[in-house]
Design a protein around this ligand. Structure first.
Ligand code: NHR
Ligand code: GAR
Length: 192
């Protein structure tokens, strides 16, 4: 199963996937390409260090979301992905992109969906007085963070938590969850 990762920043989730692959813990999945909309994203360097092909294209160079999405498809399609994984990818994709990769596109989101779609999830969980937070892997549809849930991981919220501490604890949990989900998907697909 050929995996392409889209990211915008640090790429610690990509790092966890690379490590899982090196430990032979990613089932039949193989990372074949990494794309970023941020030209100097640290995640691109992680990919290069692991000898994974990279492409980058700034959304700022495009006047519409659809034009950007079509350009992303052009960069990504030569890699022939069976699965595209969003990992800290910060651009909402238009229906052009979602339809093209329908059923092959997943995201990791830092909340226990359906709670807290969108951004600023940790602050919202703390302000609500929640006792647990977590992360969710879901299929990507046109509805932001609204596609079917594949798997979740729960993280306790501690009495004197801050946004930064909670974010870090959820991120550590994501590094367990994402490799687990991708391994399971790769093993449930035939002829991968
Ligand atoms: N695209 C679609 N169509 N559907 C989803 O469910 C998506 C998606 C693209 C990304 C990740 C998501 C998250 O996990 C994701 C899910 C970006 C924003 C956002 O508001 C919101 C949610 C997510 C990703 N982005 C702003 C935008 O205008 C830019 C914000 C910024 O650059 O900092 O695209 O949370
Ligand atoms: C992760 O917590 C991920 O769930 C979140 O950004 C972080 C990326 O970390 N995604 C979003 O908020 C998407 N809007 P990473 O770059 O270190 O993998």
């Amino acid at each position: 199963m050929r995996i392409v990762c889209l990211l915008s920043g640090s790429g610690t989730n990509l790092g966890a996937l690379i490590e899982a692959q090196q430990r032979r813990q990613l089932g039949n999945a193989k990372l074949v390409g990494v794309f970023s909309n941020v030209l100097d994203a640290h995640g691109l360097q992680r990919a290069r260090d692991a000898n994974i092909a990279t492409e980058a294209l700034s959304h700022r160079a495009f006047s519409t979301r659809e034009d950007f999405d079509r350009a992303v498809i052009q960069r990504v399609s030569p890699w022939q992905p069976d699965l595209i994984v969003l990992a800290g990818f910060m651009r909402i994709m238009s229906p052009v992109f979602v339809a093209h990769y329908h059923g092959r596109l997943i995201n990791i989101h830092p909340s226990l969906l359906p709670k807290y779609r969108g951004l600023d999830t940790h602050r919202r969980a703390l302000e609500a007085g929640d006792t647990e937070a977590g992360a969710t892997v879901h299929w990507v549809t046109e509805e932001l963070d609204g596609g079917d849930i594949i798997d979740q991981i729960r993280v306790p919220i501690e009495p004197n938590d801050t946004v930064d501490r909670l974010r870090e604890r959820v991120l550590q949990a994501e590094h367990v969850l994402y490799p687990r989900v991708i391994r399971a998907l790769s093993l449930s697909e035939k002829a991968s």
